[in-house]
Ligand binder design. Structure first.
Ligand code: NAG
Ligand code: NAG
Ligand code: NAG
Ligand code: NAG
Ligand code: NAG
Ligand code: NAG
Ligand code: NAG
Ligand code: NAG
Length: 628
């Protein structure tokens, strides 16, 4: 999940308005506002900055993009080609938002919270999802005891078709292994990338193929595969509609069908251009993602059939019956609840963009009536810090209503091997109140760990998860670049089941929400078990001990499938610390060191760059500062 450079820049600007203690007065010109907020790290300063940016957006997209690009380059946030490409793509979306925004408003506060990290997260706006029927008095079915089926889960392949063996893996961008300059070219660099990938690069085709071959060899009897999204690579400053269309078609129509016979795919945040851009359908724009939905719909028809493909064409979501059992697969577009999808910051934010939640209710209610079990598959896990609190709350109402029908939910996006538990009462998370599992599969792309995939053991009657195994190709193995060796890394039940009281070792026992809750209790009691989990979470690469607040926060996140309960606190810089800054500044750290220091050192530069980039006529523009 590589986030755009634009966000990194926006984040820097956010930090750039920070420095404590100065009270802000109402000012009238852009120049005065900027001068005032230079020294203040407050929510009000952030909103004042939005006023300036809004005025700039009103001048026009081209000027907006030019100025912001200038600032990005002057402040040295990224290489100039990255600044130029990323802001040209995403600047217009942000400019659209800003023009529509009321300041102050909940939307403005939310933006300053999720993107700039300067405001407290606004309270959830209450909204009751409509249900056509009352919740019946049923509970999760017991395991059938019949021979399990195998289901493969792959995620975040991020295949880079421009990857070149021998190109430099040591570059100043978030993905390398491309001849960005002649010095980076094969033969000219002292840092030649191997054939099967590098931790600084997205996946080469050879690595993806090696995974599919491993799946075919290690899981020859797999019943089907779920793929939780992100086909496209992370050079977001270059990615355009032509490339995304080609990437999607090539992955889905040419590569996957060679190895996998039945795939249930999901749309990821990278599967459009510009990245993360998914306007709700009632926004009138020429920058829509309808072309991506059409491409996916025709790519997926081979597996989901033409009826489900028709709904996928609407906004990337579909519902389809698995042909060999009483299971309905519902694939939804989580980008409508994703904080980096700038289109969502509307003047009045929609409770149910594209009516997707209402659609989910209809599908789930029909499944309940039919006595089918359901798997909900999406890209972004709904309990993490990337999910809006509001959308996550509304989604959770649906999960709670249909907790007996939904066997489990499955996601990717984080690139990590993790899980989230939903509770009927988040004030009282216990084995008894645990109601639903989010299974979050680790990625193929090696940028934040070793390449992996998962295989679930599934009850063929209830479709409950009985176990999963993670397979890994260890990039530190000296023979890796000759030919990756895929091997079993661990099994959830083997690793954890016997450590619990009572032990859960029976092969037909389900890994219920209560099982996973009990595991989080064990994490609290037995630190060795927890630290081993942390190592697996990072796919066995570049992890460190997670203690104190790190551990408390980690367990809190595991116990939150609704994002307002995940204990992620808003601190300047933090909201973009973990994932949104390129590896140029730092590696993504799991509970690790912050890089805020690095960014603060660029701070003054960003603000003075903004001031010096703005024409004096614009600096003289009168604006309404909201700063009290
Ligand atoms: C990358 O290259 C720079 C010099 O260009 C060098 O100082 C640095 O050690 C290299 N990094 C790695 C990981 O090899
Ligand atoms: C390698 O560098 C030389 C000298 O700068 C250049 O002429 C050549 O084109 C480069 N090779 C590639 C493959 O770019
Ligand atoms: C889109 O990107 C591809 C690959 O980077 C590039 O070759 C092509 O020229 C771009 N097309 C447009 C219209 O910018
Ligand atoms: C949720 O748990 C809290 C704390 O145990 C309890 O006070 C509250 O009554 C519970 N709410 C419901 C709806 O059961
Ligand atoms: C979870 O732990 C409780 C005791 O704390 C136990 O009663 C229950 O059986 C356990 N559930 C599972 C699924 O292991
Ligand atoms: C990968 O291989 C290295 C070197 O042999 C070893 O130290 C490391 O523990 C292995 N990692 C995993 C996840 O097996
Ligand atoms: C901006 O305001 C200053 C001071 O009032 C004035 O000297 C300058 O000419 C103005 N610039 C423009 C371009 O209007
Ligand atoms: C400033 O605020 C006033 C009163 O709220 C409003 O009428 C005016 O249009 C605003 N001006 C700008 C530039 O936003």
């Amino acid at each position: 999940m590589l986030i755009s450079k634009w966000i990194a820049f926006a984040g820097l600007l956010g930090v750039a308005v920070a420095s404590p203690g100065k009270s802000l007065a109402k000012r009238t010109t852009v120049d005065e506002v900027l001068t005032d907020i230079e020294g203040a790290v407050t929510c009000a300063a952030c909103e004042a900055l939005l006023v300036v940016l809004q005025a700039l957006a009103h001048v026009g997209n081209d000027d907006f993009v030019d100025v912001i690009t200038d600032v990005c380059i002057l402040a040295g946030v990224e290489d100039s080609d990255v600044c130029t490409g990323a802001i040209a793509r995403e600047g217009p979306v942000l400019a659209h938002d800003l023009r529509e925004m009321s300041i102050p408003s909940k939307t403005a506060t939310l933006f300053c919270s999720t993107i700039f990290g300067l405001c407290d997260y606004p309270a959830v706006t209450e909204y009751s999802v409509d249900f056509p029927s009352a919740k019946p008095d049923t509970s999760r079915p017991s395991p059938s005891g019949e021979t399990p089926i195998q289901v493969v889960h792959i995620s975040d392949i991020h295949v880079d078709l421009f990857y070149e063996t021998g190109a430099s893996y040591n570059c100043t961008k978030n993905i390398c292994c491309r001849p960005y300059t002649s010095a980076d070219a094969p033969g000219n660099t002292s840092y030649p990338a191997g054939e099967y990938g590098n931790h600084n690069c997205d996946a080469p085709l050879s690595l993806e193929q090696s995974m599919y071959e491993a799946v075919a060899t290690l899981v020859p009897d797999a019943s089907f595969t779920i793929f939780t999204g992100d086909v496209v690579e992370g050079a977001v400053w270059l990615v355009n509609e032509t490339e995304v269309t080609n990437d999607l078609n090539d992955a889905y129509q040419t590569r996957m069908p060679n190895y996998l016979n039945l795939v249930y795919p999901v749309i990821g945040n990278h599967d459009t251009a510009p990245v993360n851009s998914f306007p709700p359908s009632d926004i009138d724009t020429t920058l829509g993602s309808d072309w991506a939905y059409s491409t996916l719909s025709s790519d997926w028809t081979q597996w989901i059939g033409s009826t489900a493909a028709t709904t996928a064409d609407n906004y990337g979501a579909y519902s389809v019956l698995y042909p060999h059992g009483n299971l309905r697969i519902i694939s939804f577009n989580s980008n409508f609840y994703y904080k980096e999808n700038f289109w969502l910051y509307e003047k009045t934010m929609q409770s149910d963009p594209n009516g997707q939640l209402a659609w989910l209710v209809t599908e789930l209610d029909a499944a309940e009536t039919a006595g089918s079990r359901v798997w909900l598959v999406g890209h972004m896990p709904m309990g993490g810090s990337d999910a809006f609190h509001d959308g996550s709350n509304y989604f959770n109402q649906i999960i709670q209503r249909y907790d007996a029908t939904i066997a489990a939910t499955f996601y990717g996006h984080t690139h990590k091997d993790e899980f989230e538990i939903a509770y009927s009462n988040y004030s009282n998370p216990t084995a008894d109140t645990a109601t639903m599992m989010s299974y979050i599969a680790p990625a193929l792309t090696p940028t934040s760990g070793n390449p992996t995939f998962r295989v679930y053991s599934i009850d063929p009657v209830t479709f409950g998860v009985l176990d999963f195994e993670v397979y890994i190709a260890n990039m530190s193995d000296p023979n890796y670049q000759t030919k990756p060796t895929w091997e079993k890394y661990y099994s959830a039940k083997e690793t954890y089941g016997s450590l619990l009281t009572p032990a859960v070792t029976d092969s037909s026992a389900e890994l219920t929400p209560a099982f996973w809750h009990n595991l989080t209790v064990l994490f609290e009691e037995d630190d060795t078990v927890f630290q081993d989990y942390i190592a697996r979470k990072s796919r066995g690469w570049d992890y460190s001990f997670c203690t104190g607040d790190c551990k408390t926060d980690e367990i809190c996140q595991l116990r939150a499938a609704e994002s307002q309960y995940n204990c992620v606190t808003i601190t300047p810089g933090i909201s973009f610390k973990k994932r949104d800054i390129s590896t140029k500044l730092h590696e993504e750290s799991v509970c690790g060191e912050s890089v805020i220091g690095t960014m603060f050192s660029d701070f003054e530069g960003a603000v003075s760059a903004l001031k010096s980039s703005l024409a004096s006529s614009f600096l003289n523009t009168t604006v309404n500062s909201t700063v009290a």
